[in-house]
Design a binder for this molecule. Structure first.
Ligand SMILES: C[S@@+](CC[C@H](N)C(=O)[O-])C[C@H]1O[C@@H](n2cnc3c(N)ncnc32)[C@H](O)[C@@H]1O
Length: 288
């Protein structure tokens, strides 16, 4: 009987070409502890049994829609290497648009003399992605972040420590446990309808990070409703939402009294992030 040939990097990539090439390459780099350049320059390298077993297990998991980030234990966001696992949503590239907008909002506000530092809040921080990206860009801003899940806060805290980016974490159901006021509030809340067919591909991630009542709008509505009580005068609220929720988000912001309302599209051309500024006096202006 002919001896079975040991798979090589090239043949293994060919064998699994129904999966995204970039994911296969990242998996190979991780398991073989090598660079992408090495993969490209050594396609004939044989894969040892142990590496092959791990890679085949990962391929099986990818076919079951387990995100690669859960397998490698890391995800890059805003150029930062974040540790992630099943306790948190894997941060998405589209969410970097929310970070961009939040940084622009911070440029537009300034703390009145004698009131202390600029303050920003990330609601539903998960892995800490948004808060840590902001902390990385603006060391002068006091960044707070909350989540209703202690598991998420543990991941965010570990990432904050590992990256040396201090943020203040709160266990809170949206604003319930928050008594400060902020110049910028951002949130990427759950916004998927429980009947949405896309959910079948997101089974590995926490349902509590994904699904919201009322066609996915319940958490967006509750944040828009409560945010003015926690915004400094002239403060901004910026929200990520579903591809078809831009109109509803703008309408809810306008009805709550926000001004300068805008929306930005993602790379796929879908409305993804909406924002507004609140200039009425609702917050009692105690900073810190
Ligand atoms: C879509 S995930 C976003 C995670 C992270 N901010 C990101 O962009 O990758 C939503 C997050 O909101 C949190 N969350 C859900 N309901 C919440 C609530 N009532 N109060 C605070 N956080 C909540 C979830 O635990 C989850 O971490």
């Amino acid at each position: 009987m002919a001896e079975q040939q040991q798979p090589t990097i090239a043949s293994w990539l060919r064998q699994h070409e129904s999966l995204a090439r970039i994911e296969l390459e990242v998996a190979l780099c991780h398991v073989l502890t090598c660079s992408r350049a090495h993969l490209l320059s050594h396609p004939e390298q044989s894969l040892e049994r142990q590496a092959l077993d791990q890679l085949d297990h990962w391929v099986d998991q990818l076919h079951h829609h387990v995100p690669l980030a859960y397998l490698t234990g890391e995800q890059e966001f805003w150029g930062l290497a974040l540790s992630v696992d099943e306790r948190v949503l894997v941060p998405r590239p589209d969410t970097e648009i929310l970070v961009e907008r939040a940084l622009e909002c911070l440029q537009e506000v300034s703390a009145p003399a004698g009131t202390g530092d600029l303050m920003a809040l990330d609601l539903g921080t998960g892995s800490g992605a948004i808060a840590l990206a902001m902390a990385h860009e603006r060391r002068d801003v006091r960044i707070h972040a909350c989540d209703v899940s202690t598991d998420c806060l543990a991941v965010a805290e570990a990432n904050s420590r590992a990256l040396g980016l201090p943020i203040t974490l709160h266990l809170s159901d949206w604003f319930e446990g928050i008594d400060q006021h902020f110049h910028v509030i951002v949130a990427n809340p759950p916004y998927i309808d429980s009947e949405d067919p896309h959910l079948s591909r997101l089974q590995a991630e926490p349902r509590s990070a994904l699904i919201a009542r009322d066609r996915g709008l319940a958490d967006l509505r509750s944040i828009i409703e409560q945010a003015p009580h926690h915004l400094a005068h002239g403060g901004w609220l910026a929200l990520e939402h579903g591809y078809d929720q831009g109109h509803s988000a703008r309408e809810m912001l306008a009805r709550r009294g926000f001004e300068q309302i805008g929306t930005r599209r993602d790379l796929g051309g879908n409305e993804r992030v909406s924002w507004g500024q609140f200039t009425q006096y609702e917050a009692d202006l105690s900073y810190g």
